[in-house]
Every structure is written in structure tokens, then in C-alpha cells.
Design a protein around this ligand. Structure first.
Ligand code: HSE
Length: 437
């Protein structure tokens, strides 16, 4: 092989960066064969030069000046593994302006600045890819963009955050406490630098924006994604789910639905939901992710596998790196931007679905009639209702028919004021196939 080496700069060397740098050296020959040219590390930018990362690389390659690194004209590809939008945004913009292709795993960055970054990539004739930003090792973004490029996707539903899936799985299997499960997820390298982004649903909401850009060809601002995290999920919710043969999962759902006024648009939502045990997503365990993509011609397609952690995420990063490097060797750049057109986005008030309700009552015998008549008065049909007694407290547990979210919320507010109701009602959405709603 006589080809000139391709120079790669890495920004950030945490859990994923360490694995990427290790892989570049351990798989040196394999990568050179696949690419048609050897890969040479140009530098690794880190915040703290004193921290040992156990990597046997030339000490001269470490730098704490990422700007100088991305400005070097001999760098072919920049791998960006920072968290948050700045300085990542300015750094990769500068890198592309200096002619480097960019591989990123940064979902906050892509969700917030995706369109502008793609414009910069097109302007400077470089690649911008980010397969690792959603569902880590699972090849998902490229199939959405390329393999399903001729299909009309109607719905994407998935478990796209490994940390919360790990926590909820532990709570389901062992009844374990939230805090201990979160600590384990952090120790295993699944969580974000600030795990609040995981448990508050922000990380999943960023991933929903990226998925929407490819599935529905529209970039929606992250604040248009309806978001609830898992910090409020209790052991009682988990037990309630079990009682109706379901499990609690943090789900991301993106779908084309009609608004209350009949206009079609895209509703993107991230929240805990009770998923039937027979649903493919119920089997997505630990820190795994699973995403179901639906189109009329293909039916549901399931993508499932490792969704977080150093090694799985580095697999997707290095895969993108190989693609970008091959294109350099072949001397052509492919447009990697998703085609986009503005789409209307819907609010959670446009959702129609089924709900699980737990209503604490001081007298479960006389309470049931009052509760069901309030629900029916507010157009909330009752599919099933049962009495429950947990730790000496009475409650009514209701599963509703498919109803509009505003009707459900109004009914819940009215129920909270009934004399027989002594604890504000809790509700959780059910995840059902689209045609069951
Ligand atoms: N913190 C993320 C998660 C990492 O738990 O899914 C992978 O994107």
C-alpha cells in the first residue's frame, strides 16, 4: 500500500474517546486494508493533560489546545467526542472550514445545530456523519437515510437511552432503588457527563430530533419534543405495570398524527410508558436500545442492540471514520445531509392514547362510581378498573380507552378535588401499536 496516511484528530478522550484511540491502534492493519490507506493519529485534545488514560500513544500527541489541532491543514478527519454544544460547535465548524471531514457522537450538538453544520459541510465539500449519536452500536441512521430513502416513514418508536433503560430494568427485576441503579449505570460508562440529561429525558429528546430529521425530513427544535424523564417513576408504578402484564420503559415516539383540528403534523414525545410484555421493546434489557421503524411498504422494522458504553459507541464512531476515510482515498465526497422540508409539529395536546391511572381514595367501595362517572363525563372511556390496597392505602386503578390528552388531564384535575380522593391521581401513558389507538 503506497497511499499517504490519513491524519485523524480526536477531540475528547473520555469513555468513548479512549476506546476509539485504542481501536485505531489495535486495528491499524485491518483499518488500513479496508480504507486503502493507513490512519495516523494527528493529536488527541483533552481538558486535563495530567489524567492517565492507559493509552500507549506518543506523548507528543496529547494536547489541551483543540483549536490549534482543528486548524491544522494536514488533518483529514476530526472525531468529535465532547459533550454539550460548546466548544464542540465552534471547533467542528472550524475543522470543516479547514477542509477536515467530521465524525461526531454528540447528540446535543447535532440536535441543536444540525442544519447549520450540514450547510458548513456542504460548503466546504467535506463529510459530516454521526451514527454513534443515536443508539450507539446499532446501525440506524444510515439505514434511515439510505436504505429507507425511498419509503414514507409513518412512525418511529424506541428505547433510545441506555442509562434509563438500565435503571428501569433494575427496578423491574429486583425492585432495586433508583439511586443505586443510576450509580451502576455511571460506573459502567453508560451515563452522560451529567447524568441529569439521561434521567430527565433530555438525551433521548436530542436523539428524537436526529431521528425526526432522517425519518420525517424535518429538523425540529429540541424544545418541540414533549419530554418527561424517569425521576418520578416509583416502585408502585413498576408494580402497577407488572399487574397489567407490562413493563415501564422510557420511550421516544415520533409519528405523523392529525391535530385536534385535523391537520397532519409530527408529534415527538419522550416519556415513561407502560409497554406490554409481548411488545418487542419490552425485551430490550439493560443498557440496550431498540427502535421500531414503520413504513406502509416494509411494515415494522426492528433495530436492537447495545445502546451505550465505550466499546459499542466506538464501533459506530470508527465505522463512520472508515466511510469518511474511504471517500478521501477515492477523492469524492457524498452529500450526507438529510433532505429537509419544514413540517408542522404537534403538541402533546394532540395525542390520543390509552392511560393507566392510580387514584388514591379514602373509601374504595363508594369511590369507584364517583371516579368512573367523572371520567365518562370528560369523555374518558374506561377499559378496566380495579381496587388496590398497597401499604394500607386504598386506590382505584383504571385503564382508559384511547382518549385525548387534554380530556384526560381535565378529568384528573377534577378527580383530585373529589372528597373521596385523598391522593392526587397519577397517570402513565400506555404504549400500544398505532392501530390500537
Ligand atoms: N448516556 C447515553 C445513554 C449514552 O445512556 O443512552 C449513549 O448515547
Amino acid at each position: 500500500m503506497n497511499a499517504e496516511p490519513l491524519k485523524v484528530a480526536v477531540l475528547g478522550c473520555g469513555v468513548v474517546g479512549t476506546e476509539v484511540v485504542r481501536r485505531l491502534s489495535e486495528k491499524r492493519d485491518l483499518l488500513a486494508d479496508r480504507i486503502g490507506a493507513p490512519i495516523e493519529l494527528a493529536g488527541v485534545a483533552v481538558r486535563d493533560l495530567r489524567r492517565s488514560r492507559g493509552l500507549a500513544i506518543d506523548p507528543q500527541l496529547w494536547t489541551d489546545d483543540p483549536l490549534a489541532l482543528v486548524k491544522r491543514d494536514d488533518v483529514d478527519i476530526v472525531v468529535e467526542l465532547l459533550s454539550g454544544t460548546e466548544p464542540a460547535h465552534s471547533l467542528i465548524t472550524t475543522a470543516m472550514e479547514h477542509g477536515a471531514s467530521v465524525v461526531s457522537a454528540n447528540k446535543a450538538l447535532l440536535a441543536t445545530h444540525g442544519p447549520a453544520l450540514h450547510e458548513t459541510a456542504a460548503l466546504h465539500d467535506v463529510d459530516l456523519t454521526y451514527e454513534a449519536s443515536v443508539a450507539a452500536a446499532i446501525p440506524l441512521l444510515r439505514p434511515l437515510r439510505d436504505s429507507l430513502g425511498g419509503d414514507r416513514i409513518t412512525r418511529v418508536v424506541g428505547v433510545v437511552n441506555g442509562t434509563t433503560n438500565y435503571i428501569l430494568d433494575r427496578m423491574t427485576q429486583t425492585g432495586g432503588a433508583f439511586g443505586a441503579a443510576l450509580r451502576e449505570a455511571v460506573e459502567r460508562g453508560y451515563a452522560e457527563a451529567d447524568p441529569t440529561a439521561d434521567v430527565a429525558g433530555t438525551d433521548a429528546a436530542f436523539k428524537a430530533v436526529i431521528l425526526a430529521s432522517l425519518a420525517f425530513h424535518t429538523w425540529m427544535p429540541p424544545e418541540h419534543v414533549y419530554r418527561e424523564g424517569i425521576t418520578g417513576v416509583t416502585a408502585t408504578d413498576v408494580a402497577d405495570a407488572r399487574a397489567c402484564d407490562r413493563v415501564v420503559k422510557l420511550v421516544a415516539v415520533l409519528e405523523r398524527i392529525p391535530s385536534r383540528h385535523g391537520r397532519e403534523g409530527i408529534l415527538a414525545r419522550v416519556h415513561p410508558a407502560m409497554v406490554p410484555r409481548t411488545h418487542p421493546l419490552a425485551d430490550v434489557r439493560g443498557a440496550d436500545n431498540g427502535v421500531i421503524v414503520e413504513t406502509p411498504d416494509t411494515g415494522p422494522l426492528l433495530f436492537r442492540g447495545a445502546g451505550a458504553g465505550g466499546a459499542p459507541t466506538s464501533s459506530a464512531v470508527v465505522g463512520d471514520l472508515v466511510t469518511a476515510a474511504r471517500r478521501r482515498v477515492l477523492g469524492h465526497q457524498e452529500t450526507t445531509a438529510p433532505a429537509t422540508a419544514p413540517e408542522r409539529t404537534q403538541g402533546i395536546g394532540d395525542l390520543r392514547t390509552r392511560y393507566h391511572l392510580r387514584i388514591g381514595v379514602n373509601d374504595s367501595l363508594s369511590g369507584l362510581d364517583g371516579v368512573t362517572s367523572v371520567l365518562r363525563f370528560h369523555d374518558v372511556g374506561v377499559d378496566s378498573a380495579r381496587r388496590s390496597r398497597t401499604a394500607g392505602r386504598d386506590a382505584l386503578v383504571v385503564i382508559t380507552d384511547a382518549v385525548r390528552e387534554p380530556d384526560l388531564r381535565t378529568a384528573v384535575d377534577v378527580l383530585a378535588g373529589l372528597p373521596s380522593v385523598d391522593t392526587p391521581p397519577r397517570f402513565m401513558r400506555l404504549l400500544d401499536p398505532a392501530d390500537a389507538r
